[in-house]
Design a protein around this ligand. Structure first.
Ligand code: ASP
Length: 333
């Protein structure tokens, strides 16, 4: 029988309805272990990492979690890890683990949208399904994956899309990697855009800003003044921004701050198409890095990790621009 360690961090899956509202309980993570039938699937151990709502998850905590999980997957007697987490920031931790933990062993993140004493709670089912994924040979080498509602999603692609529904995790533009069914775990495809970024530290001073019509760039100026080392900017469409923030972006770049652009459209890529002032081609010429992550929160996770390794803007760029990434991975083959 395979050995799977459940690493608990808190979230609704460890919460109960209390007089003042749904909240963490000290015994919440423990109850996960008391689910009847867990031992039918695997030899299950538990490591309580934290017991927090996931909006309290921080880059430093993610970094510590990554190191603990690296230690676990390096053990010969551990075959896989299931991480329980709040849904709110789960996709960020999943991506962080995907790029920082070096292993072929399955790392499966799961959660619940409904607390344990709510009608139709999804926590127990999600834990069982995640353990089955962690035991599946098809999950070996798939990186960190997210398993809720019997779907398996790639860490880089998945997003929480619904505030309340149990079918909240989707991978817009990609779809799930696979499903968990009564008779087995089935992976239909692989996510090929995956890589490990070895680093001995991270830089958490990275801002995530969203531009908007009429933006005057004050928040970019503020991030520069406050000494941020990186700015992830969520622009429009193909990767365009208002011309009124160009001076602020130039100032940031002159201060050697890595400026990484993603789109607020959640499908497709940003690209250097438009050459007007504020268009993607204009921004790239200015030194802005065009990212292939789908969302600002994922690009920020990667920028924090990459900045822990290097402050060289061209090296940083090579981690973000899709064409560079494929060149890099081809030359490694
Ligand atoms: N607010 C909760 C959290 O992210 C939501 C959840 O777990 O579903 O911790």
């Amino acid at each position: 029988m395979k050995k799977v360690i459940i690493v608990t961090t808190g979230g609704t899956i460890a919460m109960k309805k209390q007089p003042a509202g749904v909240d963490i309980t000290p015994e919440g993570n423990q109850e996960i272990m008391e689910l009847e039938g867990l031992a039918d699937f695997a030899e299950v151990g538990m490591f309580e990492f934290a017991n927090i709502p996931s909006p309290y998850m921080s880059p430093q905590l993610m970094w510590q979690l990554s190191q603990r999980i690296q230690e676990l997957v390096d053990r010969d007697d551990v075959d896989g890890v299931v991480v329980t987490h709040g849904t709110d920031t789960l996709e960020e931790t999943a991506y962080f683990l995907d790029i920082t933990v070096l292993t072929k062993k399955p790392i499966v993140l799961t959660a619940a949208m409904r607390n344990i004493n709510e009608l139709g709670t999804d926590g127990p089912r999600n834990i069982f399904s995640s353990i089955r994924v962690a035991c599946s040979s098809q999950a070996i080498g798939a990186g960190a994956v997210v398993c809720l509602n019997d779907e398996i999603h790639a860490a880089r692609e998945v997003n929480k899309t619904y505030t309340s529904n149990v079918a909240t995790f989707e991978s817009p533009g990609f779809g799930p990697l696979g499903i968990v069914d009564e008779d087995g775990v089935f992976f239909f495809r692989k996510s090929t855009v995956r890589y490990h970024i070895p680093t001995s530290k991270i830089e958490s001073h990275v801002a995530l800003l969203k531009t908007y019509t009429g933006d005057l760039g004050e928040f970019i100026d503020d991030a520069v003044e406050r000494g941020y080392k990186g700015i992830v900017l969520e622009g429009f469409g193909r990767g365009n921004v208002p011309e009124t923030i160009i001076d602020s972006l130039k100032r940031a770049i002159d201060h050697q701050i890595a400026v990484v652009l993603v789109s607020r459209s959640y499908k497709g890529r940003v690209l250097d198409i438009y050459s007007y002032e504020g268009g993607g081609a204009y921004l790239k010429k200015m030194g802005v890095i065009l990212a292939h992550e789908q969302t600002g929160q994922k690009a920020r996770i990667k920028l924090m990790v990459v900045l822990g390794k290097t402050s060289d803007i061209e090296e940083i760029r090579s981690y973000f621009e899709m064409a560079n990434y494929f060149k890099m991975s081809e030359s490694e083959q």
